[in-house]
Design a protein around this ligand. Structure first.
Ligand SMILES: Cc1cc2nc3c(=O)[nH]c(=O)nc-3n(C[C@H](O)[C@H](O)[C@H](O)COP(=O)(O)OP(=O)(O)OC[C@H]3O[C@@H](n4cnc5c(N)ncnc54)[C@H](O)[C@@H]3O)c2cc1C
Length: 343
């Protein structure tokens, strides 16, 4: 569960609490094979895993996004990775040791999974430093190439986020795309000519489709697989893609956000369409609806209710941070674990 990483940073849990073994996946009528996909041959309609050759009639690719910190020189050596559990454990330790200077949180490029994640991290870092009584002497900065947080949600929601950051004294730098990091000087050079010095540095690394998907010739210039919204079909016969690996456009032409709640809904829609194709009946279409709970630190979360495909959409409403919001997030996880892994 992606947000489990943030709860480890916040000291709310240990890594193991939010993890489940794939081996515990049990679904009737589905044969589950745990293996690495080595190659996808879309012409021959075969997937090669390390141990098997799997011919297919329909292939649903759900391999997520690969993190590529190496695309920004110096980033891999200088920055904690905000999407990696091991790196977050180290970042948590470093935050326990800092008592002056600065913490920089940077988005490397768009798109990235979970649009509010970098801002949630900034709020959690603020919270950790306040609890330690050192916030006054540590600058917290969040930079992004985006014009405002969560561009998919529009300017008004973006301004709500900026207000949340401002309230906590977090500096927000929109329109900043890191070009290179100087590890020795502890500086980040941005494409717009700005250079920032950091004490601690954590980043959302660049994202792209996994190598095996790129090698199959499925991606376009976005680095992800273009598919049509609703049917999730690629240009290749019988090949569908859902979740973070897909490049999807909303009806207004803007990119569809990458998030677990949408990956799950897309998987449900595809499963339902395949079932209707094989066994008849009516497929349940993808409706682009979902709730994300934005962690605001201080044991609060704000529900972001998204209706991406409704008339005049996308429409995203951000509720004020509350303890009910955080309970909603806990419930979201409990329900998924019960459904996917049986408790
Ligand atoms: C810090 C953080 C917080 C988040 N919070 C939220 C949230 O609150 N709500 C929300 O909805 N989303 C959240 N997300 C986003 C969410 O985790 C992702 O959008 C979601 O996991 C995408 O699902 P997916 O199935 O497409 O890919 P993934 O969950 O990444 O699954 C893809 C799987 O494929 C595997 N794989 C890749 N290549 C191969 C191969 N060659 N062979 C075999 N296996 C392979 C990967 O190891 C991975 O297990 C968060 C993400 C982060 C990082």
């Amino acid at each position: 569960m992606g947000f489990s990483i943030q709860w480890v940073l916040a000291g709310r849990r240990t890594p193991a609490v939010g993890q489940r073994e794939y081996a515990s996946v049990r679904t009737k009528h589905v044969r589950f094979l745990q293996d690495e996909v080595a190659a996808i041959d879309v012409k021959g309609k075969v997937v090669h895993t390390r141990s098997q050759r799997l011919p297919y009639d329909r292939l649903v690719i759900a391999l997520g996004a690969e993190l590529a910190p190496d695309l920004v020189p110096g980033l891999a050596d200088a920055a904690y990775n905000l999407c990696d559990m091991g790196s977050i454990v180290q970042f948590r330790e470093a935050l326990r040791g800092i008592d002056r200077g600065s913490v920089l949180i940077a988005v490397s490029s768009v798109p990235f999974k979970c649009p509010p994640a970098p801002y949630e991290y900034a709020l959690l870092v603020d919270d950790i430093l306040r609890k330690r009584g050192v916030r006054e002497s540590v600058r917290v900065v969040v930079s992004t190439p985006e014009p405002h947080p969560m561009p998919v949600a529009g300017k008004a929601v973006g301004e709500q986020f900026v207000a949340l950051l401002k309230e906590r004294g977090i500096e927000f730098l929109p329109g900043h795309k890191p070009k290179a990091v100087d590890v020795a000087r502890r500086t980040v050079a941005y494409e717009n000519g700005v250079e920032l010095t950091f004490g601690l540095f954590a980043a959302m690394p660049p994202h792209r489709a996994p190598k095996v998907v790129r090698d199959a010739g499925l991606v376009d210039a976005s680095g992800f697989v273009p598919v049509d919204l609703g049917a999730f079909r690629t240009a290749h016969d019988g090949v569908l893609v859902v979740g973070d690996a897909a490049s999807l456009k909303l009806p207004n032409g803007n990119p569809h956000p990458k998030a677990g709640v949408f990956a799950e809904a897309q998987a449900r829609a595809v499963a339902s369409a395949l079932r209707a194709e094989i066994a008849g009946g009516t497929a349940v279409p993808y409706d682009g609806k979902g709730v994300c709970f934005v962690d605001a630190g201080n044991e609060l979360a704000a529900a972001a209710e998204a209706d991406l495909l409704g008339p005049g959409g996308p429409r995203i409403v951000l509720r004020p941070p509350s303890s009910e919001g955080l309970e909603g997030k806990r419930r979201f996880e409990r329900e998924r674990f019960a459904k996917w892994f049986g408790g």
